[in-house]
Design a protein around this ligand. Sequence first.
Ligand code: UD1
Length: 432
Amino acid sequence: MDRIRISGGRRLAGEVTIRGAKNAALPLMVAALLTEEPLILTNMPHLADIDTLAALLESHGVVVAPAASEPDSAGAATEPDERALSFTVPEITNTTAEYDLVRKMRASVLVLGPLVAREGRARVSLPGGCAIGSRPVDIHLDGLARLGAEIELRDGYIEASAPNGLTGGTVPLAFPSVGATENLLMAASLADGQSVIQNAAREPEVSDLARCLVSMGADIEGIGTSELTITGQPRLKGARHAVVADRIEAGTYAIAAAITGGDIELVGAVAEHLEAPLQLLEQVGATVSQTDRGFRISADQRAHAVDIATSTYPGFPTDLQAQAMALMTVAEGASVISETIFENRFMHVPELIRMGADITVRGGTAMVRGVERLRGAPVMATDLRASSSLVLAGLVADGETMISRVYHIDRGYERIEEKLAALGADIERVGT
Ligand code: UD1
């Protein structure tokens, strides 16, 4: 199993290219199930989670193939584009999503809505618990039931059926769940009649999916708001869509600039999608400026501690909480960090404490007292975002940090050690 070794203390400077968002790419790939025509996705990130979902989709009859970049004006295809993939589903060959594929990635539950919408039935393994909390799917199931699906839970599987197709309906979400909003958007796009999703999630990845569905022929009003109105269509068509930039990858490199007193331009990143995190970075004392290609973060002083509470978009994202905590461990003063989205999302805390951080956790709140220096130590990655916080801490720790179980980080960060090395970090991947 690979590990990442970091020798801390280098200031990071230069530019880094931000790729398409994992959390946008996954639902977009699933949207291919809604049509028999090819869906071409460009600006795809190269990540383990993409491969995992591609394998699940192949089990349903999706043909995944490399795609060419934009056709030229004469209509001829140009060079193959290493970040473009086409997803084509001439017919759904299987409506069961098996446990072995679903358990690897919770986002697999997104196939439920499209499968039942197109085929009238779906059988999807319950995703089960995961490292950052119990993460139920009750909101997904309640919403599909309101669109006319009959839902049963049997032998660890969700069985959904709608032999005569789904029908439009009003779906008030008990919580603006990202996954449930995406599942229901896709299902409602093929339902008979109009649906209204109330209290919908507003994350940029949800809007990216909605825009792609519109390119596929869906009729969706209210994109980017908490009320989405979808007029179902009898069929959808193929489309070409560029995946929105990864705001979490961008936010992580922005924090890398702040924590190392560095200066990094994030090429391709979208500052509007990071309002709360960039506001936090300004409060800690960093400078944020727009550039032609994205934005730039520079820091020339030790960060000041600032309190953080995660919330739904446009609030501070839970997916950047661990990274922001790494910054607060070396800030001047004390910071209270409240995690309101997921229980049990403080698994990075014991590892940061091993590196000399001063953190006390009570329930969903962590009190972080900034220390002058962290010390390198052997630490273990426990989940995707927790592992990037350990990388950030390693960048400023005295001496060597060795992070094991880095497969967690490969799920969501493309070549993180190469990108950080190019910015000046002393970091390498080592095999065991
Ligand atoms: C998505 C992101 C994840 C991010 C999260 C919150 C993907 C692939 N993953 O996850 O990186 O951290 O949004 O921004 O896009 N809940 C229920 N019942 C449900 C669904 C959710 O109780 O049916 C709860 C969850 O347990 C959690 C909260 O709602 O406490 C938020 O979950 P949700 O927004 O659904 O997150 P995901 O879509 O799983």
